[in-house]
Design a protein around this ligand. Structure first.
Ligand code: F6P
Length: 365
């Protein structure tokens, strides 16, 4: 009987529990034993009761739960070979040779490395006497499948990562709340959203809330960003708009690669010799990442979880590590490392060309 383990890794994202539920139940449905690795890669390295057999009913009610109920971690030990050796040993002791990982590109790259090192790790476990040859023989090949769980929507090759639409919905809801009070006092708000390297959330929130101005890492602002922003906001105010919303991603930059901070933007909006707007900063922080998953993320997680188990069962030693994507509304399998490479080269948030136009529709709502 095939034993498939499921784990979540990196920053949590709404929909991760739905993913685990789908994988566990699909694995059981396909006649396999399902396991969960608790606490991300840390659980693989530490083993023991962090690797647990799961039954159908163990994931009951998980579809809508926020966060990840099996825990996650940014595990340092797994970056070291010694950690990966322990992880390999724990997998074999539990009879597991297939792993489904739901995480961001860093977590998935770690998984690809683990798979390519697997034969060497097995040899080392035998040569150091930690495991016997007979124990290892049936686990010569490691199957790994990735599912992209991240609120940032930062992986190329897939239209949406699990969790991004929940975070976007949360941001839009928060901006709606802020707008009511902003409008009452005729104030400006600088709203900081997550996205250290990827501005998808800031960009789409800007489009979806009709924000006056946005800052994203992929489109460093020109030297004249101050004049540009103040000019646009001045125009909106002249037309009678009583609220000003500027959305800034954590990783916002200018052309020189200097960080643009919410404080800088606030000082500019409040400048007595300029717009002189009564301005506040709201940092949305981790409320963006918590809470239940929206319908789209539950659906995506479930459909992709089903596909991930199928991919595990169909993989051969020759198939490169794949991840499950959604492209033009279809669930597909794609080579993982190509997507990771493209992510480094393409600014995914601005692949969608129409955003400049979409942003230009905003005005005095
Ligand atoms: O999950 C991705 C992300 O939310 C980034 O956008 C953000 O910068 C980062 O994680 C913060 O993560 P943490 O709070 O876990 O350090």
């Amino acid at each position: 009987k095939k034993k498939i383990a499921i784990m979540t890794s990196g920053g949590d994202a709404p929909g991760m529990n739905a993913t685990v539920r789908a994988c566990v139940r699909m694995a059981i449905h396909m006649g396999c034993d399902a396991y969960c690795v608790y606490e991300g890669y840390d659980g693989l390295v530490r083993g023991g009761d962090l690797i647990r057999r799961m039954e159908w009913h163990d994931v009951r009610g998980w579809l809508s739960e926020g966060g990840t109920l099996i825990g996650t971690a940014r595990c340092m030990a797994f970056f070291e070979r010694a950690g990966r050796l322990k992880a390999a040993k724990n997998m074999i002791l539990n009879g597991i040779d297939a792993l489904i990982i739901c995480g961001g590109d860093g977590s998935l790259t770690g998984a690809d490395r683990f798979r390519s090192e697997w034969p060497e790790l097995l040899e080392e476990l035998i040569s150091t006497g930690q495991l016997k040859k007979e124990q290892v023989n049936q686990y010569r090949h490691l199957n790994i499948v990735g599912l992209v769980g991240s609120i940032d929507n930062d992986l190329s090759g897939t239209d949406a990562t699990i969790g991004c639409y929940s975070a976007l919905a949360r941001i839009c809801y928060a901006v709606d709340l802020i707008e009511a009070t902003a409008s009452s006092h005729s104030r400006a708000f600088v709203v900081e959203v997550m996205g250290r390297h990827c501005g998808w959330l800031a960009l789409m929130a800007g489009v979806a809330t009709g924000a006056d101005f946005i800052f994203i890492p992929e489109k460093p602002r020109e030297d004249n960003w101050r004049e540009e922003m103040c000019g646009i906001i001045h125009e909106h105010r002249k037309r009678g708009k009583r609220k000003t919303i500027v959305i800034i991603a954590e990783g916002a930059l200018d052309r020189q690669g200097n960080k643009i901070t919410p404080e800088m933007v606030k000082d500019l909006l409040a400048d007595k010799n300029g717009l002189a707007l009564d301005t506040r900063i709201t940092t949305l922080g981790h409320v963006q990442r918590g809470g239940t998953a929206v319908a789209y993320d539950r659906m995506l997680a479930t459909l992709q979880g089903v596909e991930a188990v199928k991919a595990v069962l169909e993989a051969t030693p020759e198939t490169p590590t794949c991840f499950i994507a959604v492209t033009e509304n279809k669930i597909t399998r794609k080579p993982l490392m190509e997507a990771v490479k493209d992510t480094k080269e393409v600014a995914k948030a601005i692949e969608r060309q129409d955003f400049e136009l979409a942003m230009s529709l905003r005005d005095a709502e």
